[in-house]
Design a protein around this ligand. Structure first.
Ligand code: NAP
Ligand code: GCO
Length: 266
């Protein structure tokens, strides 16, 4: 096998919400592998801060202000990308939110808001880029799923429902568009140290570690939280020609947490 099968030279990668955290790390890795980086975010201020971050890394990224839940904004962005950059070769549906509320205390509006960003939006953005991928004769769609695509826990009912649905949307895009040489896979990160999980790692008033922090480290064979950088290799693999016969797969990058019953409390 040619090792340049892992390269992304000449490819245009759209990573939604890639202004920091997991999306930014994936974009960094794609740029290092040769891809043109395009991202979207919610406002000009965030876009300009993100462009500064990319420029600090020597990455000539292109940013759009577009809400992933707004089909008109996404369609306009994708049309502009097709006109200016030749269309999207690699889509990473990364943008996401979580609301940690006990289900019986959660409003229907809050539940819908999480489903809208974490499940409806990957549908909207994938639907927008697939016609162009069919014309190109190739495409890669990578959905950022979660351990909550497989497991539940208290307070994350909407998020787990969305990420479980995203696992099945991944499999359905695989099923419906595989014949056009489009591969749709998921990455299921474990617990990753980003702003989204910062509340779960906060030091307690007495300076001790957050109980959830201790729980996750005990539950993870790697005995640590993941970092966004831990996702870079798997993300490059799924975006590259090296994975052209991998389709409908959720690649869990979780330090082994899904395989492990957990360490007996001392
Ligand atoms: P994060 O730090 O919260 O970043 C999420 C990004 O998505 C933010 O930049 C956010 O923009 C953007 N976003 C939210 N709603 C959007 C919308 N409607 N339109 C456009 N952009 C939007 O999250 P992360 O930890 O990097 O996670 C990234 C993805 O990985 C998410 O899908 C998350 O569910 C998933 N994931 C995370 C973990 C983890 O442990 N961290 C584990 C498994 C899966 P703003 O900055 O403007 O809010
Ligand atoms: C939570 C966390 C998790 C992680 C991730 C795990 O509150 O349980 O936020 O949901 O974000 O999805 O894979």
């Amino acid at each position: 096998m040619e090792m340049n099968a892992f390269r992304l030279d000449g490819k245009v990668a759209l990573i939604t919400g890639a202004v920091y955290g997991i999306g930014f790390a994936i974009a960094e890795a794609y740029a290092a592998a040769g891809a043109k980086i395009i991202f979207n975010c919610l406002n000009e201020e965030t876009k300009n801060k993100a462009l500064d971050s990319y420029h600090e890394k020597g990455i000539d990224a292109v940013g759009y202000v577009a809400d992933v839940t707004k089909e008109d904004e996404i369609n306009a962005m994708v049309a502009d990308i097709e006109e200016k950059y030749g269309g999207v070769d690699i889509l990473v549906n990364n943008a996401g939110i979580i609301k940690r509320i006990p289900m019986t205390e959660m409003s229907a509006a809050d539940f819908r808001a999480v489903i809208d960003v974490d499940l409806n939006a990957p549908f909207i953005v994938s639907k927008a880029v697939i016609p162009g991928m069919i014309k190109k004769g190739h495409g890669k769609i990578i959905n950022i799923c979660s351990m909550m695509s497989e497991l539940g826990r208290e307070t994350v009912s909407a998020y787990a429902a969305a990420k479980g649905g995203l696992k099945m949307l991944t499999r359905n895009i695989c099923s419906e568009y595989g014949e056009y040489n489009i591969q749709c896979n998921g990455i299921g990160p474990g617990y990753i140290a980003t702003p989204q999980t910062a509340p779960l790692r906060e030091r307690q008033p007495d300076g001790s570690r957050h109980p959830f922090d201790q729980f996750i480290v005990a539950k993870t064979p790697a005995a640590r939280w993941g970092t966004p950088e831990d996702l870079q290799g798997p993300a490059v693999f799924l975006a590259s020609d090296a994975s052209n016969f991998v389709n409908g797969h959720i690649l869990y990058v979780d330090g082994g947490i899904l395989a492990y019953i957990g360490k007996q409390p001392q």
